[in-house]
Ligand binder design. Structure first.
Ligand code: 13P
Ligand code: SF4
Length: 382
């Protein structure tokens, strides 16, 4: 084990996130013990050539990411899917909402494949279309829908993106949430931000300079969101009560104890972390920006990174001239991202070689229409 890796080594248990979406694989899935998996993936990829584009989110395992034609954060991968009209198949090594977005942004003649259908996202599962529609109905009764602009984080189902597009809003990712929120405030007086309360709060307060009291949290499990009419009327930002089960585990204590142990350490976190963590960090950014920050950092500097473990391990391996630590000992991999492993990738690629499309992701045209509007508004943001 490398020094960089052993330093990080706080490998927790797999988290309990799970978004089981039916049976994901059949008996054709190769066993993980097959010693030829790498060779099989390489051979299938070569045979498929330009017909197939493999996209890999930065949280994917090394064994998978090595086969990606393009790696990126969720914004970069959505852009890549929208631009690659020549690829008949897009094998999306990421999670379900990312594959759905790719399907919406690609043409009808292209097919998006998710190697394991159980690769969901617990945050996306925290906002159902029924819950969001019933919140909007409450806003309607209060007469605020005309001045409220929905902004939905990419980490949401296609149905929520569709609701957003239909009601004048846009999608955002962690790399453009500030721009999206500013755009929304140019169009209206209030923002309905879903499903990640932390990204919404961090953007509103730390980027736009709003006060914490300007934000209220809509709890879909309580009548009228658990808020009074006046609280809803007074709020500038109505945050959905959702969060990431991985990033939500980093705490202010982690930051304080890291700083105590290593006084010159710099703390770098993803904006899905809770407000106190983000507020006390030195640098905050999307996965793409986290990678750039570490690559461009001065040799000899020390960083504690608060994001998914596959990425932090890779950063430590690739940047041996810096000391890269994981911000919290017990935070683990995103277990749903981790569902995509080499056997699933080999299964998806070899099936394509045989002319069989496994796990196609198809958003219904009714939902896709307005979801595309919301996604295209994001892609068009200045
Ligand atoms: P990025 O937008 O930074 O890729 O993040 C996606 C995600 O799921 C983070 O948990
Ligand atoms: Fe969803 Fe969090 Fe996993 Fe990202 S890290 S895919 S937000 S559960």
């Amino acid at each position: 084990m490398s020094k960089a890796l052993s330093e990080l080594l706080f490998l927790g248990n797999a988290s309990d996130l799970s978004s089981e979406r039916g049976v994901s694989c059949t008996g054709e899935l190769p066993p993980p013990s097959d010693p030829d998996l790498v060779e099989r993936a390489m051979s299938a990829k070569t045979q498929l050539g330009n017909s197939t584009l493999i996209l890999g989110h930065h949280y994917q395992r090394d064994e998978v990411i090595q086969f990606a034609d393009i790696t990126g954060d969720s914004f970069k991968l959505a852009q890549a899917a929208a631009q690659r009209s020549e690829s008949e198949y897009i094998v999306f090594c990421g999670v379900h909402f990312m594959a759905e977005s790719a399907d919406i942004l690609t043409s009808d003649s292209q097919q998006v494949i998710l190697p394991d259908l159980a690769a969901g996202c617990s945050m996306a599962d925290m906002a159902s279309a029924d819950q969001v529609n019933s919140a909007w109905n409450e806003f309607e009764k209060l007469g605020i829908t005309k001045k409220t602009v929905p902004i939905t984080y990419m980490n949401s189902t296609a149905a929520i993106k569709s609701f957003t597009g239909e009601n004048g809003g846009a999608v955002c990712t962690s790399s453009n949430a500030e721009r999206a929120m500013r755009w929304a405030f140019e169009k209206g007086e209030k923002v309905f931000f879903l499903p990640d309360q932390h990204l919404g709060r961090n953007t509103a307060v730390l980027k736009l300079g709003l006060k914490l009291e300007d934000c209220v949290v809509w709890n879909p499990w309580k009548p009228r969101g658990g808020l009074t009419d006046q609280e809803i009327l007074d709020a500038k930002v109505i945050l959905w009560r959702g969060h990431c089960s991985v990033h939500g585990r980093f705490t202010l204590d982690n930051v304080v104890s890291m700083r105590k142990q290593i006084p010159d350490i710099q703390i770098l976190v993803h904006p899905e972390c809770v407000h106190d963590v983000v507020k006390s960090a030195d640098v905050v950014g999307s996965t793409e920006m986290i990678i750039r920050t570490i690559r461009e950092a001065k040799p000899g500097t020390t960083w504690a990174v608060g994001t998914e473990l596959n990425l932090v391990k890779r950063l430590a391996d690739e940047n041996r001239d810096k000391r890269i630590l994981f911000l919290e000992k017990t935070v683990c991999y995103c277990s749903t991202m981790n569902r995509i492993d080499l056997p699933h990738l080999v299964w998806a690629l070899e099936s394509l070689v045989k002319g069989k499309v496994i796990n196609p992701i198809k958003v219904t045209p009714r939902v896709a229409k307005n979801a595309r509007v919301a996604l295209e508004r994001m892609l068009a943001l200045p």
